[in-house]
Design a protein around this ligand. Structure first.
Ligand SMILES: [Fe+2]
Length: 439
């Protein structure tokens, strides 16, 4: 049997010379090498920090007390560590492996589609309904998410589809119950790389303080880079405007973040409406965009089997740029600066020009946005935000700089395969609200 030396790798736990059997194709040999060499990062790209798999002992020591109590009350075993990343052997190495995850049609019925438009069951049971801004964001007081009936859940879905994001403070909500609610709203996404609650894949851990402790270069100065082109500059967590999981065949719909550790001040989240962004455009520009498609990329990266030494690359998927929401029937703009790469059919210059304008419209209009201050009033209770990732962008504000803990769990329900219905109306058109005519 002949062997071929393909490269020399100097590393602590890997041999200094890698002997590859000539009978094994290069891509397979590389995959084996990466999987078996713990010091080699699988897909970190430009992000710094050691890539962890499995349960993390170090993370457990950093876990806020309130979060620990919530997990343990739910019977979650965190003895081996926290959080838990997928095992190294399950993480895709190559783009084609990552692309094949959920690359098939999954039935989806939007729970808001047949809900009572007046939402009598939900509103009737609440003690207060507070619209936080005119166009986006509603807070519901006096209800526990865990106790909602199916009818109330359906009405809540419609409310989220109309208001973009709905908030519930003072919630006693276990990670399992959060996961169950996500199952009701769609197909719960299980991330190929991101850490989750141990034993509960799909309940993703949102914990920037931990990421920073692990080496993510997020601080007061670097968070500014998130405002600019993330394909060129450092990607620092979730500080920049973005939409979750746009590269999926059936991208994210109803998405639920529950924070069980909240700083006294800081750590807000901001949402912006895709209905509003679309309605900011002129009729002529809307017509130009309607029916166009764009290329959407993943946040995480993988190697290209055809060019494995070309460095990590993102998964790409084509979706309509203007979509129709199945529950409201309204059109919305589906773009975000971090993950919409180009508009199909336009030259690169034209595409950049149009996309940058659309990003700006989404990001710069305060009248289509809401900034939410998370609060935690009672021991053992947290706050929930459920938003629709189809019709929005969001960003986190890391101004507490880790001074006080901020930790939560997110469950994302994947929705329909994106579509554009040329007969559908925009939100303001459907509601009979003023729309400016430019001539
Ligand atoms: Fe996000």
């Amino acid at each position: 049997m002949t062997t071929t030396t393909i490269s020399e790798v100097k590393s602590i736990n890997t041999p200094s010379v890698i002997q590859i059997n000539a009978d094994i194709p290069l891509d397979q040999a590389l995959e084996e090498l990466i999987r078996n060499s713990k010091e080699i990062s699988i897909t970190r790209g430009k992000r710094k920090g050691k890539f962890e798999t499995g349960a993390d002992k170090e993370g457990l020591e950093l876990l806020p007390e309130s979060s620990k109590e919530r997990l343990q009350a739910d019977g979650i075993d965190i003895q081996a560590g926290y959080p838990e990343a997928p095992p190294r052997e399950d993480i895709p190495i190559y783009l084609d492996q990552a692309f094949e995850i959920r690359n098939y049609d999954v039935p989806f019925v939007d729970r808001g589609k047949n809900a009572d438009p007046e939402k009598k069951s939900l509103f009737g049971a609440a003690t207060e309904i507070i619209n936080l801004t005119k166009n986006v964001g509603t807070e519901i007081v006096g209800l526990q998410l865990e106790d909602l009936t199916d009818q109330q859940k359906d009405e809540l879905a419609l409310l989220i589809a109309e208001r973009v994001v709905v908030f519930f403070r003072d919630q006693k909500l276990s990670p399992s119950a959060q996961h169950k609610l996500g199952d009701y709203y769609g197909n719960v996404e299980v991330h190929a790389q991101v850490a989750h609650v141990p034993g509960l894949p799909g309940t993703t851990v949102i914990w920037n303080d931990y990421q920073v402790k692990k080496g993510m270069n997020l601080n007061f100065a670097t968070s500014n880079l998130s405002n600019w082109d993330s394909t060129k500059y450092l990607n620092v967590g979730n500080q920049g405007w973005h939409t979750d999981l746009v590269h999926e065949r059936q991208p994210a719909g109803y998405t639920h973040l529950h924070l069980d550790a909240i700083p006294d001040v800081g750590g807000d989240t901001i949402w912006s409406s895709g209905y509003g962004a679309y309605d900011k455009l002129s009729d002529e520009f809307k017509k130009f965009l309607d029916g166009k498609e764009a290329v959407y990329v993943s946040a995480h990266q993988y190697l290209d089997r055809e060019d494995p030494f070309g460095g990590p690359k993102r998964i790409e998927r084509v979706h309509p740029l203007v979509r129709t929401h199945p529950a409201t029937g309204w059109k919305f703009l589906y773009v975000n600066r971090g993950m919409t790469k180009r508009i199909v059919g336009l030259s690169p210059v034209e595409s950049d020009l149009v996309l940058n304008y659309l990003f700006d419209v989404y990001e710069k209009n305060a009248d289509i946005q809401v900034r939410f201050k998370w609060t935690n009033s009672k021991q053992g209770y947290g706050t929930s935000a459920i938003w629709d990732n189809r019709i929005s962008q969001h960003r986190n504000v890391w101004d507490h700089e880790g001074d006080q803990p901020r930790h939560g769990t997110r469950v994302t329900s994947l929705a329909e395969k994106p579509y554009f219905d040329p007969e559908s109306k925009s939100q303001r058109e459907a509601l009979g609200k003023y729309l400016h005519q430019w001539d």
